[in-house]
Design a protein around this ligand. Structure first.
Ligand code: HEM
Ligand code: HEM
Length: 194
C-alpha cells in the first residue's frame, strides 16, 4: 500500500525487499536505548538511597525511558504510514501471524513499560526531569495506591519484555543463520538503498 507521505526512497526500499532507512534506524536506535535503559534500571537498585549517584541514575533512566516512548510512538506512526515489504512466500501462515503478534506486543510493551514508570513517578508526586533540560510536572494527581500498582507493573513488566525480546532475537537469528531466507537482512543497516 502506498500512502501520500511515502518518499521515493521508502518505496525503493520496499521494492528491494527491505525496511526503509527510517524504519531500520529507529529499530536499532530503540534496541540500543532499551539495553542502556534496562542497565540503568538495574543500577538504580544497587545504588545507595538518597545518594547523588542514585539521583543521576534515576534521571538518566527516566529521561532515556521517556525518549523511548517518543521514539516508539513515532515509529508506530511511521510503520502505519510506510508498509514494510511483503515477507517471503516461504513463511507459513502461522509464522507470519506469530511475527506480527510479537512485533505488535513489542510496540505495546515498549509504551506500557515506560508509561508505568512515569505514572509511578507522577502519582508519587515527583516531577520528571528530561536530562535536566526541562521538567515534566506530575500530570496525574498524587495517589499512593496507583503509584504502587504502577511500580509493580514496571518491575514485573520487565520480565515480559525480556521474554518477548528473547523470542524476537531467537527468531531473527533463526532466519539469519539457519534459514537464510532474507528476513533477517530486511532490518540490517546498510549504506545504500533508501
Ligand atoms: C523503555 C523504558 C523503560 C524500561 C525498559 C525500564 C526498565 C526498568 C528496569 C529493568 C528497572 C529495574 C527494576 C528492578 O530493579 O528490578 C527499572 C526501574 C525503575 N524505573 Fe524504569 N524503565 C523504563 C522507563 C522508565 C521511565 C520512563 C520511568 C519514569 C519516568 C522509570 C522509572 C523507574 C524507577 C523510578 C525505577 C526504580 C524502581 C525501584 O527500584 O523501585 N522507568 N526500570
Ligand atoms: C539484537 C536485537 C534484535 C535483533 C537481531 C532484531 C532483529 C529484527 C529483524 C531482523 C526484524 C525484521 C523482521 C521482518 O523482516 O519482518 C525486526 C523487526 C522488529 N523489531 Fe527487532 N531486533 C532486535 C531487537 C529489537 C528490540 C529490542 C525491539 C524493541 C522494540 C525490537 C522491535 C522490533 C519490531 C517492533 C519489529 C517489527 C518492525 C515493524 O514491522 O514495524 N527489536 N527485528
Amino acid at each position: 500500500m502506498t500512502t501520500p507521505i511515502e518518499t521515493g526512497a521508502a518505496i525503493a526500499s520496499r521494492s528491494a525487499g527491505i525496511y526503509d532507512r527510517v524504519a531500520r534506524s529507529l529499530h536499532w536506535l530503540v534496541a540500543g536505548l532499551a539495553v542502556i535503559v534496562v542497565a540503568l534500571g538495574w543500577a538504580i537498585r544497587g545504588s545507595p538511597r538518597e545518594s547523588g549517584s542514585r539521583e543521576l541514575l534515576l534521571m538518566l533512566h527516566r529521561s532515556l525511558g521517556l525518549l523511548v516512548i517518543a521514539l516508539i510512538l513515532f515509529r508506530g506512526w511511521w510503520r502505519l504510514s510506510h508498509s514494510p515489504p511483503p515477507l517471503p512466500a516461504s513463511l507459513m501462515r502461522l509464522e507470519v501471524w506469530a511475527a506480527h503478534a510479537t512485533h505488535l506486543l513489542l510496540y505495546v510493551f515498549f509504551v506500557l513499560l515506560p508509561l508505568s514508570g512515569y505514572i509511578n513517578a507522577a502519582t508519587a508526586g515527583h516531577a520528571v526531569s528530561f536530562f535536566g533540560i526541562f521538567t515534566i510536572p506530575p500530570l496525574i494527581a498524587e495517589n499512593p495506591r496507583l503509584s504502587q500498582i504502577a511500580n509493580g507493573i514496571h518491575l514485573a513488566g520487565q520480565f515480559l519484555v525480556y521474554a518477548l525480546v528473547a523470542v524476537h532475537i531467537a527468531a531473527a537469528l533463526m532466519h539469519g543463520l539457519i534459514r537464510h531466507d532474507g528476513v533477517f537482512e530486511r532490518m540490517l543497516p546498510r549504506r545504500r538503498a533508501g
